[in-house]
Design a protein around this ligand. Structure first.
Ligand code: 5RP
Length: 262
């Protein structure tokens, strides 16, 4: 691996354990000012000490993230859709690699929609982005998006999507946790991180998801709503950080969460 590419990967994934706690705050690119992300600066600031990397859009990065922070950025570079539009899978590349370099990002992120009406378009978007990012030594994170079809998230479908992303050359794949998750990770030759998905019923559910994903071989989390939509977002992120980097069990993480809340 070229030095630049390797250095960026090692900025995102802590070289001590090869894992990452990535905070996803890119949702506004198709959801607008969703709950708890109305003022991204306020949402992000208290969480920064606990994360290894941040996944924003270009607009939020420029306007709401302090450039003095030494924080690896995984920049969302796909979009062109909205929650009220006809089809969430109809995405294009929205940021040039030149601008990504100008913003000093450590990786770029793009969604693919396997099995959707725009499957071909999103997969060729990914291939084009990888071709170009390779010139600058910038890793590409592929998000295996499902749009509104949340029930698609089973091991067979996610293994297919993750493998296609890796075959096209993505250096990192972000997907959902599911039953038989080991199958998804085992058949994907690049690091897999998990999204959190919509707000879970309890903190315990989120800790179990993160713990089980790591036990199945995931290299970290790239979570959003289950962190910053929590009433105790700092307690949430510090407990997730403890699971990812300090080997905390679910029980220990829950105790840490409850202690933090007090
Ligand atoms: C939106 C995304 C989000 O970054 C992703 O879904 C992670 O956030 P959450 O944990 O809220 O699911 O890629 O398309």
């Amino acid at each position: 691996m070229d030095w630049g590419m390797s250095n960026r990967m090692n900025r995102i994934f802590n070289p001590k354990d090869g894992r990452t706690v990535m905070l996803a705050i890119d949702h506004g690119y198709f959801l607008g000012p969703l709950s708890c992300l109305e003022d991204p600066r306020k949402t992000i600031e208290p969480l920064v000490p606990y994360i290894d990397s941040l996944m924003p859009t270009r607009g939020v990065l420029r306007n709401c993230v302090d450039p003095k922070l030494n924080l690896p950025i995984v920049l969302r570079v796909s979009g062109g859709n909205s929650i009220v539009g006809k089809d969430l899978s109809n995405e294009g590349i929205t940021v040039s690699l030149e601008d990504a370099v100008r913003l000093n990002v450590s990786a770029v992120a793009l969604s693919i929609y396997v099995g959707s009406e725009h499957e071909h378009q999103t997969l060729t978007n990914l291939a084009k982005l990888i071709n170009e990012a390779q010139n600058y030594g910038i890793p590409v994170l592929a998000v295996t998006a499902v749009g509104k079809e949340l029930d698609k998230r089973d091991a067979r479908y996610l293994a297919l999507s993750c493998r296609i992303a890796a075959e096209l050359g993505a250096q990192i794949v972000k997907t959902y946790y599911c039953d038989d998750f080991e199958k998804v990770v085992k058949s994907c030759p690049v690091p897999v991180v998990i999204a959190g998905g919509p707000k879970a019923n309890s903190e315990l559910d989120v800790f179990e998801m993160a713990y089980n994903a790591l036990a199945c071989g995931a290299k970290g989390v790239d979570m959003g709503r289950n962190i910053w939509q929590s009433k105790s977002s700092v307690a949430m992120i510090s407990s997730i950080q403890a699971i990812v980097h300090q080997g905390y069990t679910v029980k220990k993480a829950l105790a840490l969460f409850n202690g933090f809340k007090k």
